[in-house]
Design a protein around this ligand. Structure first.
Ligand SMILES: [Zn+2]
Length: 61
């Protein structure tokens, strides 16, 4: 699973030592800092591959 910056969508974000807020993440690209980050399981398959496959399965007459 990858972490993604909610502000600039950069993957250059990493967890830092959380204080009273709990886990905090810091983005190197835009200096975003917060407990909320985007989590991506597999960015390579985030496209429309599945949608295309379903369309190809339809037989044209
Ligand atoms: Zn960022």
């Amino acid at each position: 699973m990858l972490l993604c910056c909610p502000a600039c969508k950069s993957r250059d974000i990493f967890p830092v030592a959380g204080g009273y807020m709990g886990q905090v993440y810091l983005c190197k690209s835009c200096r975003y800092r917060g407990s909320f980050v985007l989590e991506i399981d597999d960015p390579e398959s985030a496209g429309t591959a599945e949608e295309r496959e379903s369309q190809e399965n339809q037989v044209r007459n």
